[in-house]
Every structure is written in C-alpha cells, then in structure tokens.
Design a protein around this ligand. Sequence first.
Ligand SMILES: [Zn+2]
Length: 46
Amino acid sequence: MYTTGEKPGKGNYKCLKCGQVITLDDETDTLPPCPRCGGTKWDKVN
Ligand SMILES: [Zn+2]
C-alpha cells in the first residue's frame, strides 16, 4: 500500500476507498490525493 505524497514509481494505482485508478508515468511523480474521493491510500495495479 502507498500513501499520497510517496513516489512509488511508474505504474497504475487504485484508490483503496473508491477504486479510482490513476497512472504515474514518471519515476519522480508523486501520488496525489484521489481526484474522485480525496482518499490518500493507494494500491498498485498490474
Ligand atoms: Zn478515491
């Protein structure tokens, strides 16, 4: 599990609260708050 503010690297991440999926396409991108629900917990999606 990852938290908003971390830089977990490229990939797709799913909000644990609402299921919204976002994509980080750069190693230096920071996980944002969820754009849909404001959640801050993310799981990596393969
Ligand atoms: Zn969410």
